[in-house]
Design a protein around this ligand. Structure first.
Ligand code: TXE
Length: 498
C-alpha cells in the first residue's frame, strides 16, 4: 500500500485535508508515497512551532545540542542501507551513490556536533584599562531550508546540521520530487529526540510553500539550493526582509585536460565527474577542455568509455548510471540535445532517450558527448543531465579563458603533472572550488562549499567551519570591570591602568 504522509510540525506527523501529490521511482514509475500540498495556513503553523521552540533551543548549551546531532548520526549509520535504497528509489542515483548521500549526512552531523564544543568567538583587547571585549555567535532565529532533489538527504543534512548546532529551529521545504527522502530524514531526527518544534517539514509547491517561507516575517534566514532563476527570486524576496540568505545555484564546471595529463586517471575522473548521478550534480563536470595536442586521443577514449557504461535500474549493484530524476528533467535534457544538434555541435556518442524493455518505464538517456564550439549554448548553459561538452584549447591560457567564460563559478579541475601550471590554475580558475588531478565532484564536509558569479553570493559557504555563518550573527560584548565610567575615544589621555 502506498503510504500517505502528513506534515511534520511541532514534533508530530499531522494529517491535513489537503490536495496531495505522488512521488515516484524515476526508473520504474512505481508510486512510492503521497504528500500534502500544503497551503499558507499549514506553513504558518510550522513557522509558529519553530518560533515557539526557539527560546528553549537557543538556551540549550551547544555541546548538548551536539549530543543530539551525534545521536542522529548514530541512527543514520544504523539505517544507512535502508535509507540509501530509498534515495536510489526516489531520486534515481546508483545505489553506491545512494549510500553516499546518507554517509554525507552522517559525516556532516558528526562534524557539526563537534562544532558545538568549538563555535569560537574572539577576545579582543580594549583601549581602556580593566575592560575586555569579546565576540560570540548568536543564532538568528527560526530558519527556512529549501532543498532540491539531487542530494535528497545530503543537502537537508548539510543545511539542518548547521542550523541545529547554531541554535536555530527550522522548517524544511524539500523538493516535490523527493519528499519521501526528506520524510525519512525527519523521522531519524525525531527518533534522535530533538525537542518538539525544532524540526519541521512542510511539503508543497515552491510558489506557495517556498515563497511563503522566504517571505514569512518570523523566518530569519533562508538556505536555498536549486536553479538560478528560483534562487534570484528567493534572494530578492529575502532582501526585502534583510535576512541572511545562502544560495547555491549550480554550475557549468570545467575539467582542463592538459597535454601532459595521465590519460587513464583523466578518463576515470571524467567518467565519474560527467556521468555520476547522471550528470545531475551542481558540481558535475559538464565541460571537458582539452589541449589540442591530445584532443583526438581524448575524444576517442571518451566515446569508447561512454559507450561501455551500463545504464539501467540504479538499485542493481552493477549499473553505472540510472535515469534522470523526472519527466521534466528528461524533457530539458533532450531539448538541450536538440539545441546542440541544431546549433551544429558534433554529436560524438549518445544523444537519445533509451527505449525498449525496462527503459520504457523510466527516464533513461544515453551518456552523451558533444564536441562543441566555445560560444555554443551547450558550452555555456547548465544542462543538469548526462551530457558532456568537449572543447579544444590551444594552450593553458586558452583553456583557462574558456573555463572562465561562463556565468557560473562553482567547481573546476585541472589534470596535469606540471606543478607550475597546477599552481597557476588554482589561482586562475574562477570558481569556489578547484581540484587538481581529480574530477569536479567529491566535496568533503569539513571544507567550505560554494561558488562565485551566478552560482551564488560569496558571503556564505555551506559545510566546513563557515557553515555557521548562514545561521548566526556576531554579537560584540564589552565588559568593564574598572568600577567607574570609562569613555572610549574620550578618556584616552588620563589612562592610569589602576
Ligand atoms: O529547481 P527549483 P528544479 C537546477 C537544474 C535543474 C533546474 C530546475 O538545472 O534542471 O534547476 O530544477 C523550491 N520560492 N538545479 O525545478 O525550481 C522547489 O520546490 C522558493 C540545480 O527542481 O529551483 C525546490 O524545493 N522556493 C540545483 C527548490 O526550490 C521555491 C539542484 C529547488 O527548485 C520556489 C536542483 C519559489 N518561488 C536543480 N519555486 C543545484 N544547485 O545543484 C520552487 N522552489
Amino acid at each position: 500500500m502506498v503510504q500517505e504522509y502528513g506534515l511534520f510540525i511541532g514534533g508530530k506527523w499531522k494529517k491535513f485535508e489537503a490536495k496531495r501529490f505522488e512521488t515516484r521511482n524515476p526508473a520504474t514509475g512505481e508510486v512510492l508515497a503521497t504528500f500534502p500540498l500544503a497551503t499558507g495556513d499549514e506553513l504558518n503553523g510550522a513557522v509558529r512551532a519553530a518560533k515557539g521552540a526557539f527560546d528553549k533551543w537557543r538556551k540549550m548549551p551547544p555541546p548538548r545540542r551536539g549530543e543530539l546531532l551525534f545521536e542522529a548520526a548514530r541512527i543514520f549509520r544504523r539505517k544507512k542501507e535502508d535509507l540509501g535504497r530509498i534515495v536510489t528509489s526516489e531520486m534515481g542515483k546508483v545505489i553506491a551513490e545512494g549510500r553516499g548521500d546518507v554517509q554525507e549526512v552522517i559525516d556532516f552531523y558528526e562534524y557539526a556536533a563537534g562544532e558545538g564544543r568549538r563555535m569560537f568567538g574572539e577576545t579582543v583587547p580594549s583601549e581602556l584599562p580593566n575592560k575586555m571585549c569579546l565576540t560570540v555567535r548568536m543564532p538568528v532565529g527560526p530558519v527556512g531550508l529549501i532543498t532540491p532533489w539531487n542530494f535528497p538527504m545530503a543537502i537537508p543534512g548539510w543545511k539542518s546540521g548547521a542550523a541545529l548546532i547554531a541554535g536555530c529551529p527550522f522548517v524544511l521545504k524539500p523538493s516535490s520530487l523527493t519528499p519521501l527522502c526528506a520524510a525519512k530524514f525527519v523521522d531519524v531526527l525525531d527518533e534522535a529526540g530533538f525537542p518538539p518544534g525544532v524540526v519541521n517539514m512542510v511539503t508543497g509547491n515552491g510558489s506557495v510553500v517556498g515563497d511563503g517561507l522566504v517571505a514569512h516575517p518570523d523566518i530569519r534566514a533562508i538556505s536555498f539550493t536549486g536553479g538560478v532563476e528560483t534562487g534570484k527570486h528567493v534572494y530578492e524576496s529575502a532582501a526585502k526582509k534583510m535576512i541572511k540568505v545562502g544560495l547555491e545555484l549550480g554550475g557549468k564546471n570545467p575539467i582542463l585536460a592538459l597535454d601532459d595529463a595521465d590519460m587513464d586517471l583523466l578518463m576515470d575522473g571524467v567518467m565519474f565527474g560527467a556521468f555520476g548521478t547522471a550528470g545531475q550534480r551542481c558540481t558535475a563536470a559538464s565541460r571537458l577542455i582539452v589541449h589540442q595536442k591530445i584532443y583526438e586521443q581524448v575524444t576517442d577514449a571518451l566515446v569508447e568509455r561512454a559507450e561501455k557504461l551500463h545504464v539501467g535500474n540504479p538499485i542493481e549493484e552493477d549499473v553505472d548510471m540510472g535515469p534522470v530524476a523526472s519527466l521534466d528533467q528528461e524533457k530539458k535534457v533532450l531539448e538541450y540535445i536538440d539545441i546542440g544538434k541544431k546549433e551544429g555541435d558534433k554529436l560524438l556518442t549518445g544523444g537519445k532517450k533509451l527505449k525498449g524493455g525496462a527503459y520504457d518505464k523510466g527516464f533513461f538517456i544515453a551518456p552523451t558527448v558533444f564536441a562543441v564550439d566555445r560560444k555554443s549554448r551547450l558550452a555555456q548553459e547548465e544542462i543538469f543531465g548526462p551530457v558532456l561538452s568537449v572543447l579544444k584549447a590551444k594552450n593553458y591560457e586558452d583553456a583557462v579563458a574558456i573555463a572562465n567564460s561562463v556565468k557560473y563559478g562553482l567547481s573546476s579541475s585541472i589534470y596535469t603533472n606540471d606543478l607550475r601550471r597546477a599552481f597557476r590554475a588554482m589561482h586562475d580558475l574562477e570558481a569556489g572550488i578547484t581540484y587538481v588531478n581529480a574530477p569536479t565532484i567529491g566535496a568533503e564536509v569539513q571544507l567550505p562549499f560554494g561558488g562565485i558569479k551566478e552560482t551564488g553570493p560569496t558571503d556564505t559557504r555551506e559545510a566546513g567551519p563557515t557553515a555557521l555563518e548562514e545561521f548566526t550573527y556576531w554579537k560584540t560584548i564589552y565588559v568593564d570591570y574598572s568600577g567607574r565610567l570609562q569613555r572610549a575615544q574620550i578618556d584616552t589621555e588620563k589612562l592610569s591602568g589602576g
